[in-house]
Write a protein that binds this ligand. Sequence first.
Ligand code: NI
Length: 135
Amino acid sequence: MPKLSVTRRVHFNAAHRLHADGLSEQANREQFGPCNNPNYHGHNYELEVSVTGEPDPTIGYVADLSEIKKIVTSEVLDRFDHKNLNIDVPEFRNLNPTVENIALVIWQILEDKLPGTLSKVVLWETPRNHAVLEI
Ligand code: NI
């Protein structure tokens, strides 16, 4: 049987600054370039959340995407959208908010909260850069 999943795509805007505490100021500037700007900068993030499973025999859904939308909204968007990730989101107080780490935090937040098995998180930071987590 092929694996079956359903996906909800959502959007949020957020500001961040990439900075590794273990590196010097100069090394940070060299590593992260404009993303190390001390005054922060923003991205238009696109997030895709997938749940896998068997379709319910009566309804035909693997998972109710409107329910997934509600959970992603309350758990992720309400906390991240129009926020400064470094300052406003406690998970990034001591964690560099790279697209990789933001995707990992989103996975950890959603893992036990969705109806069904979380199988994939895709986070686009720009139309050209994205991170993928999947089982
Ligand atoms: Ni950036």
